[in-house]
Ligand binder design. Structure first.
Ligand code: 26V
Length: 837
């Protein structure tokens, strides 16, 4: 505490105000009389940053002195969201700074709103990386994140006439106070060129030399990652591509100076944009260049750090653990083998053993279309030496397989790292498995599935020990304390925990169970939910113009738009509901009667981005919007039903949407959603879940109890059989769904042609995602849960039946902290322990 006080401005109002003014005057070159909220955000961030930098420098120094094993988390995506509020919370300085900012004439909430999201990711995978860096700092691990510093994050989504329109997210319009450029570090990365053999007079052996053809310089931007309730502050290093200053004179001598300069400038384009797909796009050379650039720069950095204090390569895996976030950084395996063999002169086998001990690989999807496969031609042109090494890795691997399972030609072709298809390609997942000592899935069901489906042969070859599970988690600092301050405060009071220690010991939430019969507490709990719903209603009004009544059931589905996530199932059910409400109105029932006896008032709330080239996902967005257009403008319907699509779903919107949910949808076809992490975020904020038996829903159910979640639908084990049936016997459309299709086909929601391919994918193209099989089960689950919801806040049924489930959910979510998750990686995969700096 004492140290905190003397340490820095953030714990002392007077000092903070001084520092703020100084930053306004010296960094912004403005004065307090012309400082707006944006200026205040920048000045405040700089003042906060000053104290983060002290902890950061100390941490790095301590870790260097200690010289223990470090973890490197390689991820092409870090979906960080905003940094300022998070820093205040992790530093435990929010109240002081709010007051100081207030004294200066600003409002903290408004100032925080000025910060653009760092949206350097697509969805679940990128946000997981962001939660992980928070936990690695908070749990006192020595860990670095490595990624790319995209100038354009995921696109901004606008909805125009009901269609998604993408606009660029130039998030660095103003200077970013949270990034520290390390211009003194300049790492050359080569591409193209050729390989030749050279007789090495020292060893008397031939040696491979790669002569690169184009050079780009990697310059890091560093982002401090403060932990919660600790001074441990790790580093997130994101690379920028810069042109080299050594000119390629052959180019210049051609006499075309203009073109040569232009070619140089192209270097910067390498890291300028995040690929907005969460599906593999064939043959995109720039994407492969991004991957190699990032991997080469990161490994160079890691190895340089190792070589400062170490000479013995056998010791590398005692100092370095590298986690591959999906297959995107798989070239790191090849790059390390190249460094050890070509540059450091190790024997192939010795090097390969080291490589395998260093790397581990996380798989995030079983969807085969998302598995990366790079054409051999492309790899060979871009990084010729690496292709040779891949072939050699494959050669030794297949030799081992042949020795173990003699004569099984089929097995060899199935597991070969090189796919001999129409386009000869490198199977990145196979390369990642072969080069790692551990491979993990992200939820129990998913980790079992990869062992029995896509990676089955590898279990036979390497044994089941290479495969493991680490169920995903989320950081409760951002997803409870920051997103839902009122609920977090109520919990801290109830747990008698004024310092919010439960945020790092999330199992403590269990004690909330003691209050599940305390009516006053339930009322308080429900009031907070109502308040959060009001905030969400305001966001909806602001972004869509639609007014929703915070008393109605908020039924939410926010996530990337994907057929497998089945937003179509949800919108079909909404249409079904609308048709039936209309019928009852036509029969003469009043809105009141319908609400009490048939359909409780509800708002169906959607959000999420579609990959720009994903045609079917865009149709789904369009359908949601046209349904909203019809329903929301129906004069008869009152507040029985509203349908909204919140544009541009992102981390900072999630922080408003999630705490405001009564119910959220996690309804993927069983076996397709690897884990899901928003399911955890909703449950931790007291929202109930309607979901399929998929991903982490299974473990959430185990933790919170099956009476506190609404599960429905066919199981993963039935999926193959059902698909088979659709294919051979045709798809049976249930009557309920047929009513919906008829309404769409007759033009109730605009031109039917616009939705034809969506409906046809179900009725004529074998309904791959099993919407027909789960539709009625989905409707039934709704009926059941809506009885328990009652008429919402204040309703006795609601307080008796619904709110206790909400409390019990939160009370049993301790397992899903990303702290637990990181501890599992540390113990079972990385073999590292916390270091208290
Ligand atoms: C793949 C690709 C392919 C190349 C273009 C860019 C790109 C970007 C992302 C991906 C991976 C998609 C896989 C993914 O995001 N999986 C999600 O991971 C979450 C964290 O483990 C998990 O909760 C979700 O269930 C899973 O869908």
């Amino acid at each position: 505490e004492e140290k905190k006080m003397e340490n820095s401005a953030v714990y002392n109002k007077d000092k903070f105000e001084e520092s703020f003014v100084r930053h306004v005057e010296s960094d912004l070159a403005r004065n307090m009389f012309n400082c707006d909220d944006l200026g205040a955000y920048q000045a405040a961030s700089n003042a906060i940053r000053d104290s983060v930098l002290v902890d950061w420098a100390n941490t790095q120094q301590q870790q260097t002195i200690h010289d223990g094993k470090r973890v490197y988390y390689l991820s092409l995506e870090f979906l960080m969201g905003r940094a300022m509020d998070n820093a205040l919370i992790n530093l435990d300085a929010r109240d002081q700074v709010a007051e100081a900012i207030g004294n200066l004439g600003f409002n903290l909430e408004d100032v925080l709103e000025q910060e653009p999201d760092a949206a350097l990711g697509n969805g679940g995978l990128g946000r997981l990386a962001a939660c992980f860096v928070d936990s690695m700092s908070s749990r006192n691990y020595s860990a670095w994140g490595y990624g790319l510093n995209y100038q354009y994050g995921i696109f901004k989504q606008e909805i125009i006439d009901g269609y998604q329109v993408e606009t660029p997210d130039y998030w660095l319009k103003y200077s970013n106070p949270w990034e520290v450029m390390r211009s003194e570090i300049q790492i050359p990365v080569d591409f193209y060129g050729y390989v030749y053999e050279h007789y090495d007079t020292n060893t008397g052996k031939p040696k491979k030399i790669w002569q690169g053809g184009e050079r780009v310089i990697a310059v890091p931007a560093d982002f401090p990652i403060p932990g919660f309730n600790t001074t441990n502050t790790n580093n997130l290093r994101l690379w920028n591509a810069k042109p080299t200053m050594e000119f390629d004179f052959s180019k210049f001598n051609n006499g075309d100076y203009q073109q040569s300069v232009a070619a140089q400038q192209r270097a910067e384009a390498l890291t300028s944009v995040l690929y907005p797909n969460d599906n593999f796009e064939k043959g995109k050379e720039l994407r492969l260049r991004q991957q190699y650039f990032w991997v080469a720069a990161s490994l160079h950095d890691i190895i340089r750090r190792y070589k400062k204090n170490h000479k013995d390569w056998d010791n590398l895996s005692n100092q370095v653990a590298i986690q591959l976030n999906d297959t995107h950084p798989t070239l790191a395996i090849v790059e390390l083998q190249r460094i050890l063999v070509d540059l450091e002169g190790l024997e192939w086998n010795a090097a390969w053993k080291i490589v395998q001990r260093v790397f581990a690989y996380t798989n995030h999807t079983v969807m085969t279309e998302a598995l990366e496969k790079w054409p051999v031609d492309l790899v060979g042109r871009l990084i010729p030496r690496h292709l040779e090494i891949i072939y050699e890795i494959n050669y030794f691997f297949l030799k081992d397989v042949e020795a173990k399972f003699p004569g099984d030609r089929d097995l060899l072709s199935r597991v070969s790292i090189i796919e001999e298809g129409q386009v000869k390609s490198v199977r990145m997942a196979y390369l990642a498995i072969v080069g790692s000592h551990k491979v993990n899935g992200v939820a129990e069901l998913h980790s079992e599935l990869i062992k029995t489906t896509i990676f089955k042969d590898f279990v036979k070859i390497f044994g089941p020990e290479r495969f493991t599970n680490v169920t995903n988690g989320i950081t409760p600092r951002r997803w409870l304390r920051q997103a839902n301050p009122k609920l977090a405060k109520l919990i801290s009071e109830k747990l008698n925990d004024p310092k919010y220690e439960y945020l790092t010991h999330l199992g403590n939430l269990k004690k909330l169970e003691n209050f599940v019969n305390d009516e006053a507490f339930l009322k308080e709990w429900d009031d907070i939910k109502f308040d959060n719903k009001r905030k969400l209603a305001a966001l909806i009004k602001e972004t869509t113009g639609v007014e929703v009544d915070p008393n109605v059931l908020f039924d939410i589905q926010v996530k990337r738009i994907h057929e497998y996530k089945r937003q179509q199932l949800n919108i079909f059910a909404v249409i079904y509901r609308y048709l039936h409400i209309k019928k009852l109105l036509a029969e003469g029932l009043s809105v009141q009667e319908i609400a009490e006896k048939h359909y409780i008032p509800k708002a169906s709330i959607f959000g999420g981005k579609a990959a720009p080239g994903y045609y079917m996902a865009k149709i789904i967005i369009h359908l949601i919007n046209t349904v909203g257009e019809v329903v929301n403008n129906d004069p008869e319907i009152g507040n029985l039903l509203k349908v909204v699509f919140i544009p541009d779903y992102n981390v900072s919107k999630a922080e408003i949407i999630i705490p405001g949910s009564d119910l959220s949808n996690h309804i993927s076809t069983a076996g397709t959603e690897a884990s899901g992490t928003s399911n955890m975020k909703f449950a931790l904020n007291g929202g109930l879940i309607i979901g399929t038996v998929d991903g982490a829903n299974v473990e959430i159910t185990r933790e919170i109890g099956e009476e506190n979640i609404f599960l429905f639908g066919n199981l993963a084990e039935s999926v193959d059989e059902l698909r088979h049936k659709h294919y051979y016997e045709g798809v049976k459309i249930p009557e309920s769904m047929q009513e919906v299709f008829n309404a769409i086909d007759t033009g109730m929601f605009g031109l039917p042609e616009e939705f034809k391919s969506l409906l046809d994918s179900i009725r004529y193209h074998s309904d791959y995602y099993l919407a027909t099989d789960d539709f009625d089960l989905f409707l039934d689950a709704h009926k059941k849960l809506e009885k328990m919801f009652g008429l919402g806040s204040g309703d006795p049924t609601h307080l008796r039946e619904w709110v206790p489930k909400s409390v019990l959910s939160v009370a049993n979510m301790g397992f899903f902290s990303s702290d637990r998750c990181i501890d599992e990686y540390a113990e079972n995969i990385w073999d590292v322990e916390p270091l208290n700096v």
